[in-house]
Design a protein around this ligand. Structure first.
Ligand SMILES: Cc1cc2nc3c(=O)[nH]c(=O)nc-3n(C[C@H](O)[C@H](O)[C@H](O)COP(=O)(O)O)c2cc1C
Length: 334
């Protein structure tokens, strides 16, 4: 059945209920082979980035499958790579519901999920059970109760536990829904965190005889100066990739919407230009020395091309899937 027919029914449900229903259905249909798998055969879409061979440039952004429970179903949508998480060392509930809101007129969402997840151990169990053999990013974060001074311990703990199972690991320091997390993006806090991550990555690469790239995910709510400083820190620490961007705290583009005052991060179309702007400045500062994975409001080929033109090597989608449905990846690639 066409997504345009189903969407009004899904949108009658709360966003979180619709989310679980849609992913649960995808999982069930895929198991029964009732959902046809799409895999682009176009070899011109292949890309070598962060030392990995991506079959195409369109990935799934973190947060849709926080626990790695839907990998096999998601794989059938044709992604060139899938990022799961954010996962934290210990399971946590996240913020009270409701914590996700649709702004359909703007093709946007506001969420304050707060890293609800079942913990890194559970996620690793799910990855082990899955049949997915494609490129897998595992996005890691810190528990809410862990103070920023001990954040490094949480990231190192997660890094150790996921290292063997990930194709690359994303350090998420840009969610607006964990108090203080975004401070880790700047100055000495960033430097200390990246040095510790880099040291541990070296240890793990020796232990497992395989080097796994590490990417850092950043916020769109940053000044040009902050982008330049971050870029220098990423370069100084030989970070393998940067993911731009997470959701925004800005409400400029949706100011009149009745949901505009909900606390949380805004994603989807209103984020598109902001995040492309960050990618442009990041690309200038990084001088092609660190690849960028671009996301924020991608719903059409034109949106995707804007990110690639700004300097991204790969892209990811999230909110676009809610508005365009599971056929989005195919639309972007054909
Ligand atoms: C409901 C929801 C949950 C999210 N959870 C996470 C998360 O756990 N970790 C993360 O790095 N990004 C998370 N994101 C951010 C997305 O991965 C992405 O960076 C952002 O939504 C911008 O892309 P989009 O406009 O295509 O959605 C979440 C986004 C949404 C809408």
């Amino acid at each position: 059945m066409c997504y345009k027919t189903i969407r009004p029914l899904l949108f009658k449900l709360s966003p979180e209920t619709a989310h679980h229903l849609a992913l649960g259905s995808l999982k069930a249909l895929s198991k029964l082979h009732l959902y046809p798998a799409f895999q682009s055969q176009d070899v011109s879409l292949k890309k070598h980035v962060m030392g990995l061979d991506f079959p195409n440039v369109v990935g799934l952004g973190a947060g849709l499958d926080k626990n790695g429970e839907y990998l096999d179903g998601l794989a059938r949508l044709g992604f060139g790579f899938i990022e799961i998480g954010t996962v934290t060392p210990k399971p946590q509930e996240g913020n009270p519901k409701p914590r996700m809101f649709r702004l359909p007129k703007h093709h946007a969402l506001i969420n304050r999920m707060g890293f609800n997840n079942k913990g890194v151990g559970y996620l690793v169990g799910q990855v082990k059970k899955s049949q997915y053999k494609g490129i897998l990013g595992i996005n890691i974060g810190k528990n809410k109760i862990t103070p920023n001074e001990q954040a490094i311990d949480d990231y190192i703990d997660c890094l150790r536990q996921v290292y063997q199972y990930a194709s690359y690991i994303t350090i998420n320091i840009s969610s607006p829904n964990t108090p203080g997390l975004r401070h880790l993006q700047f100055g000495e806090e960033l430097r200390g965190l990246l040095q510790a991550i880099k040291n541990e990555q070296q240890n793990l690469s020796q232990q497992y005889s395989i080097y796994k790239p590490v990417a850092v995910k950043i916020s769109p709510d940053v000044s040009h100066e902050e982008i330049a400083e971050m870029a220098q820190c990423l370069l100084d620490n030989d970070i393998d990739g940067v993911i731009a961007c997470n959701t925004t705290l800005s409400r400029e583009a949706v100011a009149q919407h009745p949901r505009a005052n909900e606390t949380g991060g805004l994603s989807g179309q209103p984020l598109a230009m902001m995040s492309t702007h960050v990618i442009t400045h990041l690309a200038q500062a990084l001088q092609n020395q660190i690849p960028i994975i671009g996301l924020g409001g991608i719903e059409t080929k034109t949106d995707m091309q804007a990110k690639l033109d700004a300097g991204a090597s790969l892209v990811q989608v999230y909110t676009g899937l809610i508005y365009q449905g599971p056929g989005l990846v195919k639309q972007l690639l054909s």
